[in-house]
Design a binder for this molecule. Structure first.
Ligand code: GSH
Length: 235
């Protein structure tokens, strides 16, 4: 049986089965990327709920695994060299899982780099910009009631990013064409989330991005997506 006692996070969230991947998360746009990938890959894992209501993500135990205090994070007891590996940042986790299994990423080297390009496009663009849009449009709407600039800035940037995706998805089923990859898994939860969590569908004019909407429907229809979107279960 794997010994995870050197990871302080396991004191607060004990592993029932330390031989399988431990996931510390919440079903948010960044969190579900990892549960969806794990479901797609069929890897055994144990989900642990990190509750924002009690600021679990800023607890010393959580910070010991991710000093950035944000979900998701994992421990793989069977990491490189058969040693346990702790990881944070959803993009790094997705690349790790894809490389560990040889799935959800093309084997051809050039196509692999192209996939990473779109993963980074999401990590550096879509996630942060959609997140800022949601912050000003929904959560801090009262603070910017007399200043339309923050919402306009991030609304326009979010729409610009959606238009890039719209072009990319012309004539393609998935971001990488026929192959469903971590580029899709990192991106579609944010396109869904900007509507589900922030109510942004109308102001971002979703209907003017038909290829993105059709791709989102295809991604959401996958059984692994349906399961992963609700893991870990909220209290
Ligand atoms: N770049 C990070 C972002 C992670 C992130 O922002 N997670 C959010 C939830 S979607 C979070 O944990 N927020 C809690 C907080 O900021 O205290 C990743 O992709 O893993």
């Amino acid at each position: 049986m794997a010994d995870l006692s050197s990871f302080p996070i396991t004191k607060r969230w004990p592993a029932s089965n330390p031989d399988i991947i431990q996931l510390y998360s919440l079903p948010t746009p960044n969190g579900v990327k990892v549960s969806i990938a794990l479901e797609e890959l069929g890897l055994p894992y144990e989900p642990h709920l990190v509750s924002f209501g009690t600021n679990d993500q800023k607890s010393p135990e959580f910070l010991s695994l991710n000093p950035n205090g944000r979900i998701p994070a994992i421990i793989d007891p069977n990491g490189p060299g058969a040693k346990p590996l702790g990881l944070f940042e959803s993009g790094a986790i997705l690349v790790y899982l894809a490389e560990k299994t040889g799935k959800l990423i093309p084997s051809d080297a050039a196509a692999r780099y192209e996939t990473l390009e779109w993963v980074f496009f999401q990590m550096a663009g879509v996630g942060p910009m959609f997140g800022q849009f949601g912050h000003f449009f929904k959560f801090a709407a009262d603070k910017v009631a007399n200043n339309s600039y923050p919402v306009e800035r991030y609304r326009d940037e979010a729409k610009r990013l959606l238009s890039i995706l719209e072009s990319r998805l012309q004539g393609r089923e998935w971001i990488m064409g026929d192959e469903y990859t971590i580029a899709d898994i990192t991106t579609f939860p944010w396109v869904r989330g900007v509507d589900v969590f922030y109510g942004g569908r109308e102001v971002l004019e979703f209907e003017s991005f038909p290829a993105v909407m059709a791709w989102l429907d295809r991604a959401l229809a996958r059984p692994a997506s349906q399961r992963g979107l609700n893991i870990p279960k909220r209290d």
